[in-house]
Write a protein that binds this ligand. Structure first.
Ligand code: ADP
Ligand code: MG
Length: 466
């Protein structure tokens, strides 16, 4: 470490350097742009003229890179020197599924978080962005929120152990369980708190097997005061990891350490998970999170808009909240997109812009949800043929036609590859799919009723997927 330390800039100097960069950037952009795109950047390290920063999401990076690349390069070369480079990592708790992004071949994923009051010799992986203060409570999450508060007052000491939170995508499970962790770290700085996703837990476990360190791995987690594991449904199908987790769970529970878990379904619906685990998951408190009602959605939007320094009218907030109803992540994404569009064109946030963005989000969602199976179903219903017939080898004219249409629509409406599409229709070759697509396209040219039929089918497919 000694030699390294001389080359690295101390955290304190780093913060001064970054402030210097920010103040220069601020002079070159609007207040809104500054608040949105530059304030959330966190400097992590300056080493060998490379400034490493953490960004909230991949989208963030792409946006900054596309629009402010030269401003950033200019600024860091003024402040740090002509050889200065920027590398970045994506916050590992970020909402996006994307891989940690690399720039300048940077692969180091170590994250330097704010200094904890007590220095533990491990990383808690909590994202300080997730707090109770910015978690809005409504009918759908009231119970979960109340229990979360009680647990952070008295970790391991309530009957809510384990605390098992479940609910749909983007409804705040990760936010809530990390907020508990952050609150405990603040209130009880000597408690050992760790947050991790089930995937990371599994990967670390596999690595520990490979390096013959399973005992170290297991003891490390048995030594925690608070163990928070996200998306526990991903333990399904991983028998060895389940087995190890079972033992860790028992040790922690017996010594009254707090266990907090999240999942997309309640314990009893985790088909394929070891029964012993399912029954233990039900020992404490199971709380669900339901989609927020309109008022809560508006309150969430208002809070987020404030946080981004945006001024948005109540009417607009209501419009967004009425049209995006089932996912808080989408609400947030919508706001960021609106902000991005407005800040790029230095335009005001108009109703038209808002409508356009809400539509785009709805279209993206549909596109993500439409799959070959849902297309096949609609096409088969339309032609009144059984779904297995469309995969058969038969060359009957009406079945061939239905199959070609379904292939064509799959190509048009999903991101599936030709190979995948072929596989779905009775293991046909990708050239068969190309042939289907080109023949439908050429038939369409001179056939009005076919064009109309395709439009009808598309509408039906979209209607079936919301
Ligand atoms: P999940 O883990 O259930 O998929 P997340 O916790 O990642 O959902 O939440 C998605 C986004 O919505 C996050 O940015 C989170 O901060 C925000 N969010 C969710 N619930 C709330 C809430 N009740 N108040 C404020 N923001 C919320
Ligand atoms: Mg989550």
């Amino acid at each position: 470490m000694g030699a390294e330390l001389t080359e690295k800039t101390s955290l304190n100097d780093l913060s001064i350097i970054w402030k210097n960069c920010l103040s220069r950037i601020k002079k070159n952009v609007t207040q809104m742009t500054y608040n949105t795109w530059f304030l959330p950047i966190r400097p992590l390290q300056l080493e060998d003229n490379t400034l490493k920063v953490e960004l909230p999401s991949q989208f963030f990076w792409e946006w900054i890179d596309e629009h402010y690349n030269s401003l950033i390069n200019k600024t860091i070369s003024e402040v740090i020197g002509p050889d200065a480079r920027l590398s970045y990592i994506i916050d590992r708790n970020s909402d996006e599924d994307s891989e940690p992004a690399n720039n300048h071949n940077e692969t180091n994923e170590a994250i330097v978080k704010e200094k904890p009051k007590v220095k533990h010799n491990f990383e808690s992986y909590l994202n300080t962005r997730y707090t109770f203060q910015n978690f809005i409570t409504g009918e759908g999450n009231q119970l979960a929120r109340a229990a979360a508060g009680a647990i952070s007052d008295n970790p391991g000491g309530t009957s809510f152990n384990p605390f098992f939170v479940y609910g749909g995508v983007g409804l705040g499970k990760t936010h809530l369980i990390q907020a508990i962790g952050n609150e405990i770290v603040n209130k009880f700085p000597d408690k050992r708190v760790i947050y991790l996703s089930t995937d990371i837990f599994t990967v670390e476990f596999v690595e520990s097997i490979q390096s013959n360190r399973v005992n170290d791995f297991s003891n490390f987690y048995r030594g925690m005061d608070v163990l928070i594991i996200d998306d526990i449904q991903f333990l399904i199908g991983k028998e060895k990891t389940q087995d190890l987790f079972f033992h860790i769970f028992n040790t922690l529970h017996q010594s009254r350490k707090q266990i907090i878990l999240s999942s997309d379904k309640p314990p009893k619906n985790l088909k394929g998970l070891d029964e012993r685990l399912i029954s233990r998951f039900q020992w404490g408190l199971t709380a669900d999170i339901q989609p927020p009602e309109l008022e809560t959605r508006i309150a969430i939007l208002r809070k987020k808009a404030e946080a981004y320094g945006m001024s948005v009218s109540g009417e607009i907030l209501e419009y967004i909240a009425s049209n995006i109803t089932s996912n808080i992540r989408e609400l947030e994404g919508c706001l960021i997109k609106i902000l991005a569009n407005a800040s790029l064109s230095s335009k005001e946030i108009t109703f038209e812009l808002v409508k356009k963005t809400v539509n785009e989000i709805a279209t993206d969602r549909k596109r993500n949800n439409i799959n070959i199976d849902s297309i096949t179903k609609v096409v088969c219903d339309h032609f009144n043929i059984a779904e297995n017939k469309i995969r058969d080898k038969t060359r009957k004219k009406e079945i061939v036609q239905a199959r070609q249409l379904a292939m064509y629509l799959s190509k048009e409406m999903t991101n599936a590859s030709l190979k995948t599409i072929g596989l779905h229709f009775g293991g046909r070759d990708h050239s068969t799919v190309i042939h289907a697509c080109t023949s439908i396209e050429s038939l369409k040219e001179n056939n009005k009723s076919l064009r109309e039929m395709i439009e009808d089918l598309k509408n039906q497919i979209e209607l079936n997927t919301t």
